[in-house]
Design a protein around this ligand. Structure first.
Ligand code: ADP
Ligand code: MG
Length: 230
C-alpha cells in the first residue's frame, strides 16, 4: 500500500500541499474550469452515476498522492456500472488503511479532448514565480524545457507561450484532431496564474496536469492538479 509523505504546514489560502480533488477545488474557486467529480461511497450510488454520466474515471484521491497512474490508481473510460464498482474496490485497497484523507473519487470521463496540456508555475531563484504551458499527460517529460514567462502575465504573454513548439502544433489539431479551444485555454491559464499571484495565497508552486483542451468553442477542463504551499 502507498504511504503518504508527511504533511507540511501552509499559508492562509492553501492549507499545506494539496493534490487531486483538494487542489482542483482551490483552482475551481480561482475560476479554472474543473471536471465534475463525486466521492465514491455506496456502490448503488456509483452505479447510478455511471448510468447518468455514461462514462467515468475512477481515481484514488489523497492530498499528498502524486503519480496515481504509476500506482495503478486511475481507471479511465469505465462505462459499465458493475465494472466501476469493481474498480472502486480495487483502487480503495491502494489507499493507506484508516486514513480519512484518502478517498476514491469518480470523475466524468472527458472524451473529446484535442490535447492534454500541462500548466505549471515554479519558483525560479533568479526571476521568482514563472509560468510554463506545455504538452501534458504522459508526454510531459518527453520534450524538455518549455518556454516560460515570469508572473504576473497578461493575455499576450500567454498567447506567446502557446505559440511555442511543440505545443502550437498540438493545439492546431495534431493528426486529424480538431483545433483546440485556445481562447478558453488562455482564460484558464490567466485564472490559474492569478491564483498564484494573489497576495496571501500561500502557494509556492502549482501544476495542472492535465488540463484537457476540447475543440474550439467547447472549453477546457482540469482533471488533475497539485499545489505546493509556501
Ligand atoms: P496521475 O497524473 O496522478 O497519474 P491523472 O488524474 O492525471 O493521474 O490521470 C492520468 C491520465 O488519465 C490523464 O493524463 C488523462 O489522460 C487521463 N484522465 C484522468 N482523468 C480524466 C478524465 N476525467 N477524463 C478523461 N481523461 C482523464
Ligand atoms: Mg496527472
Amino acid at each position: 500500500t502507498w504511504a503518504p509523505p508527511p504533511a507540511r504546514a501552509g499559508g492562509p489560502g492553501v492549507p499545506g500541499d494539496l493534490a487531486g480533488a483538494a487542489a482542483l477545488r482551490t483552482l475551481a474557486e480561482a475560476g479554472v474550469p474543473t471536471v465534475e467529480e463525486r466521492v465514491v461511497g455506496d456502490p448503488a450510488e456509483l452505479a447510478a452515476l455511471v448510468r447518468d454520466w455514461g462514462s467515468v474515471v475512477i481515481k484514488a484521491d489523497h492530498p499528498r498522492m502524486l503519480h496515481k497512474s504509476d500506482l495503478g490508481a486511475v481507471a479511465v473510460d469505465v462505462t459499465d456500472p458493475e465494472a466501476a464498482v469493481g474498480q472502486a474496490r480495487r483502487i480503495a485497497a491502494l489507499l493507506p488503511p484508516g486514513d480519512p484523507a484518502g478517498r476514491v473519487i469518480a470523475q466524468r470521463f472527458v472524451s473529446r479532448a484535442t490535447a492534454e496540456v500541462l500548466v505549471g508555475v515554479v519558483r525560479d531563484p533568479q526571476v521568482g514565480l514563472t509560468l510554463t504551458v506545455a504538452p501534458g499527460g504522459t508526454l510531459a517529460e518527453l520534450f524538455g524545457p518549455a518556454r516560460s514567462h515570469p508572473l504576473p502575465v497578461g493575455r499576450a504573454a500567454v498567447e506567446r507561450l502557446l505559440d511555442a513548439e511543440p505545443l502550437a502544433s498540438l493545439l492546431a489539431g495534431y493528426r486529424g484532431a480538431p483545433p483546440g479551444d485556445r481562447v478558453a485555454l488562455v482564460d484558464a491559464v490567466l485564472a490559474f496564474a492569478g491564483l498564484l499571484t494573489r497576495d496571501g495565497a500561500g502557494v509556492a508552486a502549482a501544476e495542472v496536469n492535465p488540463l484537457l483542451v476540447l475543440a474550439a468553442g467547447e472549453g477546457v477542463v482540469a482533471v488533475d492538479a497539485r499545489l505546493i504551499a509556501d
